[in-house]
Design a protein around this ligand. Structure first.
Ligand code: ADE
Length: 313
């Protein structure tokens, strides 16, 4: 994997990316990191890379020409050019995986100061933000991207270590323990000491799911599978409560249960409001659909459906 970085501060990268796993990956030639000083591509005598913004305002803006010149020199055939900026798409494990398989590598362009001339965006293929906060420049963001991508490059880390970690299957990782078996009154769960590998795997899966639901209900892994929904439903929990528990709509819960072959109990919600016969009677006496909906606190669609039911029969 080859990653080139265009930055005003190439020295910033050497400390963090020389140590530990990434350092070893570089020594072994699994990662080739090219650091390029943007100032060397300045087109004037004084190596100026920034200028005041047109229209006024605070701060300085990175000029487009030095970045264009650096890219002409650095970019290899097929390599994607990625701008680091707080306005980019948010970096996730999925984006890291996508970049890790880019065989031609990529070029990271780090912004600084108040930002860059808008025309820089015409020179790049992608724009990435590492989160919704503003850093003083793109360098730390670039290092985060390099670290997360490099550890996914085959051979950098033992493949088995990548299997169960957080965010691989939309789940956070299960809790881990090592010796001693007891610390400050906190015991390692018995199942982990049992030697029963099947039970351990089940415990880990269930803990990962619990943890994801507690901490990150927005993640894919927080969603229940059909068996879990069916189990809850069979134990008497209604579709409205299930919907609230799992952050789904009641209609989605019922659709998933139906797809899993579960016979649904009549929805309590359907019993709300007037009966079809009442609707027909009130309608005949001149009360409009919306007026009925307002009086009974249901939607006008509910009233219409019940009216249609009596008209059909
Ligand atoms: N430059 C400044 N803030 C940034 C962020 N959040 N992500 C990427 N690059 C940045």
């Amino acid at each position: 994997m080859r990653i080139d970085v265009i930055t005003l501060f190439p020295e910033m990268f050497e400390g963090p990316l020389r140590e530990s796993i990434i350092g070893r990956a570089r020594e072994r030639g699994l990662l080739i990191l090219g650091l390029h000083d943007l100032r060397e591509y300045a087109t004037d005598r004084h190596h100026v890379v920034d200028d005041a913004p047109y229209g006024g305002g605070a701060g300085m803006v990175l000029k487009v020409e030095p970045i264009a010149a650096a890219l002409r020199d650095v970019k290899r055939e097929g390599a994607r050019v990625i701008l680091l900026s707080p306005q980019g798409r948010v970096f996730t494990q999925e984006v890291a995986r996508e970049l890790a398989v880019s065989t031609s590598g990529f070029v990271l362009v780090c912004g600084r100061y108040e930002g860059f001339d808008e025309r820089v965006r015409s020179l790049v293929d992608d724009e990435i933000s590492i989160g919704d906060y503003v850093l003083t420049g793109g360098e730390l963001a670039a290092m985060v991207v390099i670290d997360a991508v490099c550890r996914l490059v085959p051979g950098v880390i033992e493949a088995a270590s990548l299997e169960h970690e957080s965010h691989t299957s939309g789940l956070l990782e299960y809790p881990q323990y090592t010796r001693p078996p007891e610390f400050g009154g906190m015991r390692v769960p018995d199942v982990l000491l049992s030697g029963d590998h099947k039970a351990i795997a089940q415990w880990r899966e269930s803990e990962a799911r619990k943890r994801t639901r507690d901490r990150r209900p927005d993640l894919e892994g927080a969603r229940p599978d059909a068996a879990e929904l069916a189990g809850d439903y069979a134990s008497g929990v209604g579709s409205y409560r299930l919907a609230r528990k799992y952050g789904l709509s009641p209609a989605t819960v019922r659709a998933r249960l139906r797809a899993a072959g579960v016979a649904l109990r009549p929805a309590r919600q359907a019993a709300r409001g007037p009966s079809a016969e009442d609707v027909a009677r009130l309608h005949a006496s001149g009360i409009g659909v919306r007026e009925m909906a307002r009086r009974f606190g249901v939607s006008h669609v509910t009233i219409l459906n019940r009216l249609k039911r009596t008209q059909k029969s």
